[in-house]
Write a protein that binds this ligand. Sequence first.
Ligand code: SAM
Length: 356
Amino acid sequence: MSESKGRTFDAKENAREYYGKELTATSDLRTTACCTTESIPAYVKEVLVEIHAEVLTKYYGCGTAFPPDLHGLRVLDLGCGTGRDSYVMSKLVGPEGFVFGLDMTTEQIDVARRHQQHMAEKFGYDRSNVKFVQDVIENMDQHFEADSLDMVTSNCVINLLEDKEPVLAKVHRLLRQGGEFYFSDVYVDRRLPDDVKIHPMLHGECLGGALYDGDFERMARNVGFPDPRLVSSRVIDLEPEVEALVNNAVFTSRTYRLWKIEGMEETCEDFGQVAIYNGGHPEGKDRYTLDKEHVFDRGRPERVCGNTVKVLTESRLAPFFTVHGDFSTHYGLFTGCGTEAFNRLGSNDDDAGCGC
Ligand SMILES: C[S@@+](CC[C@H](N)C(=O)[O-])C[C@H]1O[C@@H](n2cnc3c(N)ncnc32)[C@H](O)[C@@H]1O
């Protein structure tokens, strides 16, 4: 519960009301903030054709909040809504994997649950590999054990939470070593004034609660994700009447990946290491994009910082990469990366993030 000029605002109540009563379909949204306007990758498109229409018509996500290589993983989808992403991931994890969808809003989760049997049959599974849990995200640790999940995802939800840092800390706790938090959300280039934060429509549309990107990266570092990696970023075009309410603030829809890997540093450091993509990853036989700054062509050696080496050797990506060099000799800061890139945040540079 927050307060401004004598007015109280309950973020959970507002989100519950907005997604339970105010909106009945994607077409009811007043802005494009909770819309996926970027092109949808083939690995998602291929599955979307199999998803029940009722699930799709109530989709309020803002990006592609999960990668293609999910086979066999145990995944948690925070704020799953009617389950569009949970069901796409149900197909991608396959019968050996499992997807949990967590959402507090009855009208949303009822739709998700209604189609569980239908979706399992559609995918040819003997039994559903999805479970929908109705609760607030803040309680996630009451449903899952520490170090028990391979991946946590979330699509346009974190902005709606009142207190974000404790939630990020819980995500970190529930992930296993080598696991990742891969998620899409709305960010803003400055700290918003209180009257914008508690405006019911702006909050419901995923704008009022958007984090200043610099604060987000600091929070991530505080809870144990030292090197947040930006995957994509697009500026959200606002309608003139909405723009007038937010005083020149620039909002972006971004996808980040945060790795839980021991020993990662807050700065990208140079140990003279080189990584080679061996090919064969589901994302691309000949090219693999780790994040906005790292694209690997098969067989081509790339200089990488120590954090990238850790990601490529201590996560599920390990079978796809060969790394040369170790951590025995340090050559200083990895140029254009880490602290240097962190300090550029807030300059409204779409490319902010790890630059190695
Ligand atoms: C913008 S919608 C996105 C839904 C879904 N991820 C999608 O892509 O369609 C936000 C969702 O977050 C849920 N939500 C918001 N705050 C929550 C909280 N504190 N605990 C649980 N769910 C929450 C809402 O019920 C709503 O379904």
